[in-house]
Design a protein around this ligand. Sequence first.
Ligand SMILES: [Fe+2]
Length: 296
Amino acid sequence: MKPVGVGFSLHPETEYLTLCRPIIEEEADFFEVVPETLWQIHQDGSLSGSPWWDLMQGIRQRSGKPFVCHGLGLSPGTSDATADEARLAHWLDQLRRDQQHFEFLWYTEHLGWMEASGLVADLPLPLPPTEESVRTVARRLQRLQPIIPLVGFENQVSYFAFTDIRTEAGFWNRICQAGDLWLLLDLHNCYTQCVNFGVPLDEYLAGLDLSRVIEVHLSGGSESEPGWLPSGRVMRLDSHDGPVPEPVWQAFASIRPRCPNLRGVVVERLDGSIQPDEMPLLRDEVRRARRIFWEG
Ligand SMILES: [Fe+2]
């Protein structure tokens, strides 16, 4: 497993790409894309690349840098019994075509479920940490392995918990073992869970098998409005719209030497959340991530 370095997310948004151009051209070692944001859907449900797909392919050819895939629409927690097989077949067909052109180094999906018996959620919802969930996620993600051999999933923020959140690392370990899968460890998601549930970050990560971590995400977030909940309680959000908090940096520096198969780290920032005067900070974050990645 050869390390690649520091990656950067390519969102299909002109202002973001223009603002981030110096980072894209001078700092990034690889690029991460959400494949569904580069697709268009046709009346029969089939998919094809949009003009954004062509633009990303142009970046790949000009830069000569590798791409990785960070999917949002597979819904790995969906069971075979409640899945829309026709939709999945179109989705896999387009991913197969993408792989021929992008040669993604690895694929990660958001842990959770978005689809069940015709109902569709906008974002992945949390899964109970049961053996049935382990089997379901492993089986569904394994359907990608013939297309892209290295497949993983990203830990999520849940905002409510089925049980003590300290059991989540064990849940991820079991999924990795069941499907020969990898973990995209989003450390800001870990931090957000810990802030919201009052658990120390080192305790949350204590049981994690770090040998399965293939990629790390670093990002920032904000807080919910007090008026959102009847109690007035404020929650930390995984909104990807601010600087990386210091405890997240510390967690990355702490785990990095113990992640023998880590191939890349991505500083995530949502399109539309960045102003021109924040660019020096974002560039510094990318450079700090590189230092920790290579030097520990
Ligand atoms: Fe992430």
